[in-house]
Design a protein around this ligand. Structure first.
Ligand SMILES: [Zn+2]
Length: 574
């Protein structure tokens, strides 16, 4: 695991502003002394997410998500904690030295994969360039993939006769490493190159580390035209976008990214000098891939194939993307061709022109759903209107919304603009009288401890523990934190806590309506004796149960005496 010092983390936390950082991801509006916005962690329609500038924390009252600025970025971007610290530093223009960033980029668990994949790239590139395989280079050139593109995409060729296995073996890679990376396959006949006689194109993670390959066959056979690395420890197909690391800086500059289906489509756009392109490598776009797109924070332009499969994939993408609140439009590809075929038949300019002919997601839905539903059939027309309404409701601009509802009315005679929206999520408001992780007395003690070091000392001397394991754990964190500092910063303390429940409790407490505003020793002492009583009570209960079970009258009498003693001490205290 990569590390950053606690001091550095706290420095970044205190120099960044959670409101500023969160509003780079979702729009926030001021409400009282807090800010509110639509929660990105559930399907939120009316703002459930509260961001406190005071406390530098956020909390969603519908789904319960909460934490500090790092937790938000890490959950939103689906990255590790340390990565989120680096992200926040970037957002807030705080320098972290290269060495520190270096350690965060490469996950040591995966370094052996990067190494073997790089060796694979080196060898297959070398083979492609070597004169023996001019036929393969000719084939690529004929497809418009020139030497520059071969170099950019690190295109290679995996010869037959287990060439890659023998090469990697000579390079001292173990069979196990090769099998794990899915470069070599173990069969009952022995070990074989997975990509034998195929053109290979490496797939990288978002940092540019090689993690997998996609490969096209070069000889006619029953095998699939394209095969990819099967999932490995470091390659999960649905988590990756092809060409992301190369496209990101260009997409940022142009504020636009084009999403295509495959590696060859990406290369087709490069032929037309369009380089802000990423591919899903397979038709179904996953939530993780959408998160990567969202991180780019640019306009997304979907350019899937124009055939039925491509149109269906576009619809599936749109459903998910609109639910996740992505800003996207759709290339109106009526040609039934893929980008490469468009270049082949009509030339580069046609592809460039096409990439700018876009329609909105709602326009796409009108077209697509009119084919899916038969509007002459009454119940299908109702279904059509309902589905359209869901999508139109998500539009933010009111004039567009009005226009689309008008269009829907003209088609169906249903005025959906006025129908009442049923809330999709029951709000899970935390009742101020309901204590999720303990009881009132424990919350009071913790509340006092969060306020003052003195309360912590009283707690340590007079009680030292709490009954609920979650509350007890938080008390230990608080004690530990006061060893270093005199005043608790909730947003910093959150970084120390590993247990989700303890984090949740801390956030609940910091937002607790009844939380004390200043140290009140009377309240603290009362709460402490309540916990004492409770412990005595449970001890008495245990002993009574024990006494009932006992058959020896002498033992029974001894236990009963002890119970009486306990009762006496209980009365004395209260
Ligand atoms: Zn939420």
């Amino acid at each position: 695991m990569a590390r950053l010092s606690e001091d550095k983390i706290n420095e970044i936390r205190s120099r960044s502003d959670i409101v500023e950082v969160v509003s780079k991801y979702i729009p926030l509006t001021k409400k009282g002394k807090n800010f509110v916005g639509n929660c990105p962690f559930h399907n939120d329609h009316d703002p459930s997410l509260t961001v406190s500038q005071d406390k530098q924390i956020y909390k969603c009252f519908a789904c319960g998500a909460g934490g500090n600025v790092f937790n938000f970025v890490s959950a939103y971007e689906n990255i590790s904690f340390v990565e989120s610290v680096v992200e926040v530093a970037k957002h807030s223009n705080i320098q972290i030295s290269d060495i520190e960033i270096e350690t965060y980029q490469q996950n040591p668990k995966f370094v052996s994969y990067y190494k073997i994949n790089q060796a694979f790239i080196d060898y297959t590139s070398y083979i492609l360039k070597s004169s023996v395989n001019n036929t393969i280079v000719d084939y690529l050139h004929k497809r418009g993939i020139n030497d520059d593109l071969i170099k950019i995409f690190q295109i290679g060729y995996n010869p037959n006769d287990n060439a890659i296995y023998n090469y990697l073996k000579a390079k001292k890679f173990s069979d196990e490493e090769m099998i794990n990376a899915n470069i070599v396959r173990l069969t009952s006949q022995g070990l074989f190159d997975v990509f034998s006689t195929r053109i290979t194109i490496p797939i990288h993670d978002k940092h540019g580390n090689p993690i997998a390959f996609t490969a096209r066959r070069t000889i006619e056979s029953d095998e699939a035209k394209y095969i990819n690395t099967t999932e490995t420890d470091c390659y999960i197909k649905g988590n990756v976008l092809f060409n992301y690391h190369r496209a990101l800086p260009i997409a940022k500059k142009l504020v636009r990214v084009i999403l295509v289906e495959g590696a060859m489509d990406t290369i087709a756009f490069y032929k037309a000098q369009i380089e802000n392109v990423v591919a899903t490598l397979g038709t179904a776009c996953t939530k993780e891939q959408l998160k990567l797109l969202k991180q780019m924070n640019v306009k997304i332009c979907v350019c899937y194939d124009g055939d039925d499969a491509g149109i269906n994939a576009t619809y599936k993408f749109g459903k998910l993307a609109s639910e996740m609140g992505l800003d996207f439009e759709i290339v109106n590809n009526k040609s039934k061709l893929d980008p490469d075929e468009i270049i082949e038949q009509f030339g580069k300019d046609e592809l460039i022109a096409l990439s700018h002919k876009t329609i909105s997601w709602i326009d796409f839905c009108f077209e697509y759903l009119q084919r899916k539903y038969h509007l002459e059939n009454y119940s299908q027309k109702v279904e059509f209107a309902k589905e359209m309404k869901i999508e139109i409701d998500r539009i933010k601009e009111s004039f567009l919304k009005e226009n689309y509802f008008k269009k829907l009315y003209e088609l169906t005679q249903f005025d959906m603009s006025k129908s009442i929206q049923t809330p999709q999520y029951e709000k899970r408001y935390i009742k101020k009288t309901h204590f999720k992780y303990g009881e009132l007395a424990e919350y009071e003690i913790l509340g006092q401890m969060m306020l003052s070091k003195q309360a912590v000392n009283i707690f340590k001397n007079d009680l030292g523990f709490l009954i609920s394991p979650v509350c007890n754990q938080l008390s230990l964190y608080l004690i530990n934190e006061y060893r270093k500092i005199d005043e608790i910063q909730i947003a910093d303390l959150l970084n120390q806590i590993k247990e989700e429940e303890v984090k949740d409790l801390l956030i609940d407490l910091s937002d607790w309506e009844l939380a004390p505003k200043e140290l009140n020793i009377q309240v603290l002492n009362d709460a402490i004796s309540k916990i004492h009583d409770k412990c005595l009570e449970s001890r008495i209960k245990e002993m009574t149960e024990l006494a009932i079970k006992m058959s020896n009258p002498l033992d029974k009498a001894r236990i009963m005496n002890e119970i009486i003693e306990l009762r006496r001490s209980q009365n004395k205290e209260s």
